[in-house]
Design a protein around this ligand. Structure first.
Ligand SMILES: *[C@@H]1O[C@H](CO)[C@@H](O)[C@H](O)[C@H]1NC(C)=O
Length: 396
């Protein structure tokens, strides 16, 4: 009982108030807070959290997807560089957005290789609405021929057809880029920190491979200890993790607002199902190759919800893949153009006008082209996401 009494007699208030008088104590408290922030805060060591546990894989096979055929199939786009890319970036764009496409081509879209990992950026679009755009078909065909980075499918390009656009792009990737490790789906007003994203994905793959060989060794060891095995070690395909990475939205309920771009009907998502499963914001989410295949296989079983990122989240849940949140993927937030945030901390950044895309690129790359100035000072680097959030709050 002595313990209980001494604990209940322990009054924290005088301790805390006397602490405030000592600078060293304040410093210690601040340090402790920083440590807690670094470990548990959203910007720190645990940059991401997976909030939903993986679900068991579904049983019912889905009917095959019937997707619009390709008008500009660009079947060789993935092979043109010899070997297949590590990362394929699918940029969802509209036929009339040539300025946005050119800004991407002149900025981050020009990057083709990061530390030996090939990167390919392609634009995916539908058919222009004939009544409004008379000559755009010709211009588009010309652009596709000159740039070689356009895939066009036969559906009317409209906001409510975005799910069809994403599915067409993903199906293209699975078919014509079969050895790609990761696919990033993004939009033409998003700045992508390509080196940062490749490094992030590469790190995850290395982590997986480091865990994998050990398991292999024990399996082989057990086989040797047991009976004579005719099995010989076969060359294993590269271990690509199951990954659905993005800026995750939780507990989003369907909008029933008539005429809204995000309207989801009662048939597409009945009210009794409640909120949508968590999904990665359509401004930028990564699907690894195994997840891409799972999603395409199951897509035919789900009503075509016209909001593409929610649609992908719904199928992901169906196939038992939980999205992984990464706060460096900015989602819909807009950030002021800042060398450190754009070049190092953020992986994606939304709401970029074509000129902003180019000026961000110039800033990150350094106007001399060889980027001799460091991207971040040590303080900026230490503050990381926290500083980018503060800038965002300060400017917008
Ligand atoms: C989507 O594309 C199809 C095929 O071109 C078209 O029939 C349909 O009207 C489009 N939907 C919208 C909402 O634009």
């Amino acid at each position: 009982m002595l313990h209980g009494r001494s604990l209940s007699n322990l009054n924290l208030f005088p301790i805390m108030s006397s602490c405030l008088l000592h600078p060293r104590c304040i410093l210690l408290a601040a340090l402790a807070f920083l440590c807690v922030w670094a470990i548990f805060g959203p910007s720190g060591l645990r940059k991401e959290l997976s909030f939903t546990p993986p679900m068991p894989a579904p049983a019912a096979p889905a009917p095959p997807l019937s997707l619009p055929h390709l008008l500009i199939p660009n079947v060789g786009a993935c092979r043109s560089s010899g070997s297949q890319p590590f990362l394929l970036i699918l940029v969802s764009t509209a036929p009339e957005h040539q300025e946005q496409r050119d800004a991407i081509r002149a900025s981050w879209g020009a990057l083709r290789e990061i530390h030996g990992h090939l990167v390919r950026t392609l634009f995916i679009l539908g058919e222009p609405d004939d009544s409004r755009w008379e000559n755009i078909k010709e211009v588009l065909r010309w652009e596709a021929q000159v740039e070689g980075d356009i895939v066009q499918a036969a559906f009317t390009d409209s906001y409510r057809n975005l799910t069809l656009k994403t599915l067409s792009g993903l199906a293209w990737a699975a078919r014509y880029c079969p050895n790609v490790h990761y696919v990033l789906k993004t939009d033409d007003d998003v700045y992508i920190n390509v080196p940062g994203l490749v490094a992030e994905l590469d790190k995850r793959e290395k982590d997986l491979q480091q865990r994998d060989p050990n398991r292999d060794r024990t399996v082989q060891g057990e086989a040797k200890a047991g009976e004579r095995e005719s099995e010989q070690p076969t060359r294993r395909p590269p271990a690509v993790p199951h990954l659905y990475l993005g800026h995750v939205h939780w507990r989003v309920y369907p909008s029933r607002l008539k005429g809204s771009r995000h309207q989801v009907s009662e048939v597409q998502w009945p009210s009794e199902r409640g909120a949508f499963p968590p999904y990665g914001s359509g401004t930028g989410y990564v699907l690894s190759a195994p997840v891409l295949r799972l999603i395409l296989r199951a897509a035919g079983a789900v009503p075509l919800i016209p909001v593409e990122d929610i649609f992908v989240g719904v199928i992901a849940k169906r196939v038992g893949v939980a999205p992984t949140h990464n706060s460096r993927i900015a989602g819909a937030a807009r950030y002021p153009i800042d060398r450190c945030c754009f070049g190092r901390i953020l992986l994606t950044s939304h709401h970029m006008e074509p000129w902003e895309m180019k000026s961000a690129w110039e800033l990150v790359r350094g106007s001399s082209g060889n980027g001799d100035k460091p991207l971040c000072s040590w303080l900026q680097e230490t503050l990381g996401m926290l500083r980018c959030w503060m800038l965002n709050w300060w400017y917008f």
